[in-house]
Design a protein around this ligand. Sequence first.
Ligand code: SF4
Ligand code: SF4
Length: 228
Amino acid sequence: MNLPLLKAQLAQQGLCILSLIDKHVSVPQGHTLILVGHGARGFWPVFKQSQEYLDQQPDPINRWSQRLGQKLATTLQGSALFPFTGPPYHPFLTWAQTNGDSAPSPLGLHFHRQHGLWHAYRFGLIVNTKTLEHHAHNPPPPAPRPCTDCAQPCMTSCPVGAFSSAGYDVTGCRTYVAQNPNSGCAQSGCIARLACPHTPPNLVSSSHGGYEAAQHQYHMAVFVKQEG
Ligand code: SF4
Ligand code: SF4
């Protein structure tokens, strides 16, 4: 399988390559680490038809990710790894950052070169570089970092001030969302995240194929039920 074919197969599942890492201390020589996930588009329409979403059992996104990741790893005669198995947890964000594909924002979320704040990692694949008919390369030039020269509206938009120099007040956020099920956050996604002017609206807006309200509501409902 070559790289374009892998990308095409991933796209059928609403997924894409968020980082392609050929040279890193964590990657065995002669191998490539492929970090797979999704941006604002494409994932939800596929996932909501999946057996994992429909079976009403716990952790559907993780189980869906494991099924697809393991299947692809087998096809590629490689191995799969996941951001949610641990401890210890695999440092997906650090890997992508080291490769120049993303950088931390003041929110703590990473800003990705193509998807801004709206992306998530689902699995990684370690494959022999030759398997992909792909030539190893050095990391790409670092992604632009819009947070550096930004007025940071993301930090002042939260209705309960959950973001500050002290970090993210996860309890305050969760309490607000739980107690205000009709709020913009619960219905349409995190207001602070949506306030970022450097994420093109057509990546996130449902009218442009981005997040559906149901996707925001699903993630918020899962978040509210989490502990800690
Ligand atoms: S609003 Fe500015 S500081 Fe906040 S994530 Fe977007 S670019 Fe970065
Ligand atoms: S979801 Fe709402 S309450 Fe929570 S951090 Fe985002 S803006 Fe604040």
